[in-house]
Design a protein around this ligand. Structure first.
Ligand code: MN
Length: 216
């Protein structure tokens, strides 16, 4: 006898011309752009980047994304996202690693894990994936209500996607269904209910969504 519930439908992400990508895990890289490390008060010391995870159910596809509970400082982080298939990377897209910065800062202060700042529902916004090899250069941008907030280049990544995949694989052997968020350039900042967010990476389907009140 089975159970009377199914995984949420949004854990299947649309892939352009290819149907859906079923999400297994969301593996995220922190501290992969030097300017973003600096804006967070650190320095690029050459150490391994931070790795953390979000649950598959954290995926949010828009066009409306509810503002999460328990924060007054929700930040956007635009990131190149790689989708892993049976033989390696099969597609890529534009993602936003939403971060409850106030809760993350508290967790850092206590020297604890970051889950309450990162792993909440609707915290992994993702656009339509494009099949094929991911871009390794080009612009990566995010604007809020038409004002540019993040305007970086994929070439600014401290570790390239192949280097990140090798590093992640040492700890979490990659498997079909994994999504890898590869870190954000500088310019992160707060979002509010009612904001319209547009994000793009050269060569990939653009992402746009509206932040809505949780109860709306
Ligand atoms: Mn991030």
């Amino acid at each position: 006898m089975g159970y009377l519930f199914e995984p949420p439908a949004h854990v299947r992400v649309p892939v352009r011309d290819e149907g859906d990508f079923p999400v297994g895990r969301i593996i995220c890289v922190g501290r992969n752009y030097a300017e973003h490390i600096r804006e967070m008060g650190g320095e690029d010391t050459g150490e391994e980047p931070v790795l953390f995870m979000k649950p598959a159910r954290a995926v949010a596809l828009g066009p409306d994304v509810p503002y999460p509970p328990a924060t007054t400082d929700l930040h956007h982080e635009v990131e190149l996202v790689a989708a892993i298939g049976p033989g390696g990377v099969i597609a890529s897209g534009v993602g936003i690693d939403l971060t409850r910065r106030d809760l993350q800062a508290g967790a850092k202060q206590r020297g604890g894990p970051w889950e309450i700042g990162k792993a909440f529902d609707n915290g992994a916004v993702l656009g339509t994936l494009k099949p094929g090899p991911p871009p390794s250069e080009g612009g990566i941008r995010l604007s809020v209500n038409g004002a540019v907030r993040q305007d970086g280049r994929l070439e600014q990544m401290i570790r390239t996607l192949p280097e990140l995949l090798a590093l992640i694989g040492k700890y979490f052997p990659l498997a079909a269904g994994d999504l890898v968020y590869t870190g954000t350039p500088s310019g992160v900042g707060p979002l509010l209910p009612g904001d319209t967010i547009e994000a793009s990476i050269d060569g990939l389907p653009p992402l746009s969504f509206r932040m809505i009140d949780r109860k709306a």
